[in-house]
Design a protein around this ligand. Structure first.
Ligand SMILES: CC(C)(COP(=O)(O)OP(=O)(O)OC[C@H]1O[C@@H](n2cnc3c(N)ncnc32)[C@H](O)[C@@H]1OP(=O)(O)O)[C@@H](O)C(=O)NCCC(=O)NCCS
Length: 287
């Protein structure tokens, strides 16, 4: 077969969703998509479909063998949604997708190309290492089921809560101490339509904020930043406050680095570790 790589923008969202789901049939963590969810994903993470690609067999142009998408932000790009049909693997399709996305990153002219791979996905990790990606951090994807009880009351209490307007939330997000992963970058929150955020003071004088994306069933992207005070205890108290207010909602927080002290606070507030991702980067200034 002769494989050719074309821009993903040649296909409808329905076709891309179908292709994505087919390539992920046997995936390590099942994450099926609908066209509506893919549209939200594209908007939230600044995916550029002209710089994303699909691989076709020239003799069977309706069948997508593999896809890969590219997020584009200021000085960096990000590879996501990449996959090859299970029966078409080990034939060089994944490498062709990577070459296209790396080449397009070069054309755009940014200095770094990022991605994440689920821990334990050795085929993908090897492919990325072969393409020059280096491991940066291990990240935790966590969840808190609805109605989860806290093991004990937090040692700190919230004494003042101020709701944040959208502009203030973006300002706080832009001034975080640590570099967030692509999913949690300020640009993502800028792209979201609905956000809630609160600035809080605690009884020992410490301060922090929480920002999340609420929906009918779930709080997504639950992010805490500690402005002053002890990371774990302040995080725990803030999350305790959130989940007392909204006890019946499921909650998800993605891509907290494993060494981050705030994770201890998330765990104390009833979050559990679902799986890990490895964050990797390719420096585009040096080959
Ligand atoms: C990862 C994936 C895209 C690779 O696609 P592919 O078409 O099989 O890749 P290629 O044939 O171009 O292989 C390129 C290199 O990847 C690595 N690789 C691919 N499959 C591998 C496997 N099963 N075991 C070990 N290494 C593997 C090898 O280094 C290989 O080079 P080699 O053949 O010279 O040894 C494919 O396995 C896939 O779609 N997996 C499910 C979805 C997924 O994991 N996506 C990535 C999410 S981050």
């Amino acid at each position: 077969m002769t494989l050719k790589v074309v821009p993903a923008s040649q296909f409808s969202l329905d076709e891309l969703t179908e292709a994505y789901n087919q390539t992920r049939m046997d995936y390590i963590v099942p994450m099926p998509m609908t066209a509506a969810r893919l549209r939200e994903y594209i908007e939230a993470y600044d995916i550029d479909l002209d710089h994303s690609c699909a691989v076709l067999d020239s003799e069977e142009p309706d069948l997508i063998y593999g896809i890969g998408m590219l997020g584009v932000r200021d000085d960096r790009t990000w590879i996501t949604r990449m996959g090859v049909l299970p029966y078409a693997r080990r034939l060089g399709t994944g490498s062709k997708i990577m070459s296209w996305l790396i080449e397009h990153t070069r054309m755009i002219g940014v200095s770094q190309l990022w991605l994440e791979v689920i821990q334990g996905n050795e085929p993908a990790k090897r492919l990325f290492e072969k393409c020059g990606f280096k491991l940066t951090r291990e990240l935790i994807v966590s969840r808190r089921p609805p109605g989860q009880k806290m093991a004990k009351e937090p040692t700190l209490a919230i004494v003042d809560v101020k709701p944040l307007k959208f502009e203030a939330m973006l300002n706080y997000l832009a001034h975080r101490k640590d570099r967030p992963n692509w999913l949690n970058e300020t640009e993502t929150f800028y792209n979201l339509k609905k956000l809630s955020g609160f600035l809080m003071k605690l009884n020992d004088g410490s301060e922090g904020w929480v920002i999340y994306e609420p929906s009918a069933m779930q709080l997504k992207r639950v992010l805490v930043e500690v402005l002053s005070g002890e990371e774990a205890r302040v995080t725990e108290a803030i999350l305790y406050w959130v989940h007392q207010k909204l006890p019946i909602l499921d909650a998800v927080s993605e891509n907290i680095p494993i060494y981050d002290q705030r994770w201890i606070g998330y765990e104390a507030a009833g979050y559990f570790d679902s799986f890990h991702r490895l964050e990797m980067v390719k420096d585009m200034r040096h080959g």
